[in-house]
Design a binder for this molecule. Sequence first.
Ligand code: UD2
Ligand code: MN
Length: 375
Amino acid sequence: MNRGEMSRKRPTFVSLSDFLLPYSWGFFMFTLDHPSAAGFLCHPAETLKNFTREASSSHSAGSSRRGYVQQLYIDFLLSETEISPVRRPVEETHLDLFRIDVNTVTNWNAPLVWEGTFDPELIDHIYTNMNPRIAVLVLAVGKYTRFIKGFLESGEKHFFVGFRVTYYIFTDKKEEVPNINLAPGRNVSVLDVPSANRWQDVVLSKMKWATVSIENWLHKEADYLFMMDIDSVFHNRFGAESLSRLTAVLHRGYYKRVERDAFPYERRPQSQAYIPFGEGDFYYTAAVWGGHMDEMYKLVKYCDEKAIEDTKNGIEAAWQEESHLNKYFLYYKPSKVLSPEYLWSDYDEVPKDIRVVRISQLVKNYAEVRPNGGQ
Ligand SMILES: CC(=O)N[C@H]1[C@@H](OP(=O)(O)OP(=O)(O)OC[C@H]2O[C@@H](n3ccc(=O)[nH]c3=O)[C@H](O)[C@@H]2O)O[C@H](CO)[C@H](O)[C@@H]1O
Ligand SMILES: [Mn+2]
């Protein structure tokens, strides 16, 4: 369907019945075919009966519309706040109603977030009322302290701008943490961890540090937690559209034209991270993921325990914590999935469907920067 045909159609409601029925209170409704209204909030009593009439499946862009609506609905529920009805012209929303080149919803009905599938202003509006405290946990052990400056400086330009953010830097070289100017409401907190002889131990230890931190103090300091790689630079907005109970990011190397049996999951049954062939939804990166603190706690604790069990059994998962993370997400599905816009790499060209690179990983000399060389 082209744009002309679309605008001649009368306004159409997107079907949300499968998604909304479990809930009995207010929800978002979108009149995406309507030229003048992007979205508004209404009460179910008024609208539920209108709802199932014209299902999104009858449209070529059904998947992306479902993605928009579900994303907004999840954000609305999560924000746990009263918000006033919002009505904005489509032209002002940054929504691309023709974003049909990519999947914008997973097969378990979670939003899959791409540029064009969310309205930054509307999302910020919802979350500003909630005013969440965002924690970012990064490790900078050994020579990786060199990446802190670029990470923080670019984060200040693009990461949850206008929100409360604390960067927790776990390092063995406190004196190498640079002083960066931060906007009001934003902080850096530096914590000691031991040095390591193997990079594998460092990446696995992310789960342990996150677990003990949340247990002891982090659960009191923040509402949401993101785990990130320090060798990363922000280039564009990374904001409240990424918030959910549990949010995963598609690994850039495996998000298209890759059979699930080619995903680099752990394939040895002896490992706790084992995923059999024939199973799996996506391959997720361990370099960015996040979620609500309670859910993150369950996740990192699980992954830490599984890694400890592996060590006892004399095995280490193929991609360390990333393997355990992928196993967890297979059985506890993320409530939001972010496109590889949220973690690209300077190693790779940017394809057409990646309209915006939000974070890119730096090119680095693995042998030089890691304590025991590598890749
Ligand atoms: C894009 C992506 O999917 N990245 C993952 C990938 O490799 P990467 O090649 O991106 O891993 P990496 O070398 O960046 O290590 C991951 C992170 O651990 C920290 N670090 C690591 C070593 C060290 O000596 N000191 C230190 O501080 C640092 O924050 C670093 O960014 O595989 C790793 C382990 O299998 C992790 O799962 C990464 O998240
Ligand atoms: Mn990295």
